[in-house]
Design a protein around this ligand. Structure first.
Ligand code: ATP
Ligand code: MG
Length: 293
């Protein structure tokens, strides 16, 4: 179930980009407060993003609502808030909290001075805590990647450090094409490429491992120049991404990215392990990427 937002309660603004089958806009959500009367006035406005599934995609609106109802069950400081869903004529719209500094991958790539190890650890710990919360609630996210992590506070002045929020996963992979799934290598878990019905919490652990890689490598895109067939071969040959020059972190990453989903760590253990690794105070140094062949 999800909260229904009236089309009169939202104002659509600037186009921000495209998601999978969606268009994303900045927007305003007008809210009534408890002590407002029923005169039609709104006492509060919040900045939101509107994720619009166009009328051409009504065949997947059920899948879209599935994501929305999953997000509505979540209340966590490191997960973006979904206000609700709005049906506007033939369009379905997810109304989500606007997060100021945008997606983590772009944020990291924009930096001209290197992000500190402490900064990266904080982001990794916040993400792990969000995923540990989902694990406890037996909820599957489905698309953990740095593009779907939003930066709420940059923490570059050192005060308080960064603050991130995991965004919604977009439409479930069960309605994606084979090519779209293969293109999500190396974020999508190998068992999900074989059969999208294998989506599970274990698959989120794989995605977390890949995201950890992105964080270590400053938002670099893993397997960036690989064609779809090369990506398929990467999983078929059970290859691993190059791991950072820190044995403990590399071990943690590969523990999340084992090809057997049953061998992957619980997020609760991951949270603990990151703390241990951080206390050993390593510096996360990328090593050159290994080639697939
Ligand atoms: P998918 O994740 O399925 O590809 P999506 O609809 O979640 O689709 P994204 O690619 O995650 O789309 O987002 C598209 C762009 O919209 C991002 O690059 C970012 O600029 C912007 N954006 C998305 N969500 C937010 C948000 N909550 N706050 C600010 N900007 C956002
Ligand atoms: Mg997204």
């Amino acid at each position: 179930s999800f909260h229904r937002i009236l089309k009169e309660e939202i104002v659509q603004g600037e186009h921000l980009g495209r998601g999978t089958r969606t268009n994303i806009y900045a927007g305003i959500l007008k809210l009534k407060s408890e002590d407002d009367d029923d005169m039609g006035g709104y006492s509060q406005e919040v900045k939101v993003v509107l994720k619009v599934l166009g009328s051409g995609h009504r065949d997947i609106s059920l899948a879209f609502f599935e994501t929305a109802s999953m997000m509505r069950q979540i209340s966590h400081k490191h997960i973006a808030l979904l206000y609700g869903v709005c049906v506007r004529h033939q369009e379905n719209i997810m109304v989500e909290e606007f997060v100021q500094y945008g997606p983590l991958d772009l944020f990291m790539r924009r930096q001209s001075t290197p992000l500190s190890t402490a900064w990266k650890f904080q982001v990794a710990k916040q993400l792990a805590s969000a995923l540990s919360y989902l694990e406890d609630k037996k909820l599957v996210h489905g698309y953990v990647c740095s593009k779907n992590i939003l930066v709420a506070r940059d923490g570059l002045d050192g005060e308080g450090g960064p603050f991130i929020k995991l965004s919604d996963p977009g439409i479930p992979i069960t309605v994606l094409s084979r090519e779209e799934c293969v293109d999500r290598i190396p974020w999508i878990a190998p068992e999900c490429v074989q059969d999208t019905a294998n989506m599970s919490i274990a698959a989120d652990k794989w995605g977390f491992g890949t995201t950890l890689w992105e964080i270590c490598y400053n938002g670099e895109i893993p397997l960036k120049d690989k064609k779809l067939t090369e990506k398929e071969r990467f999983y078929a040959a059970q290859c691993q991404l190059a791991t950072p020059d820190c044995d403990e972190l590399a071990k943690l990453m590969t523990h999340c990215m084992t090809y057997d989903p049953r061998q992957r760590l619980f997020f609760r253990a991951i949270v603990r392990d990151i703390d241990v690794v951080e206390k050993q105070n390593p510096s996360i140094q990328p090593v050159p990427m290994l080639e697939v062949d």
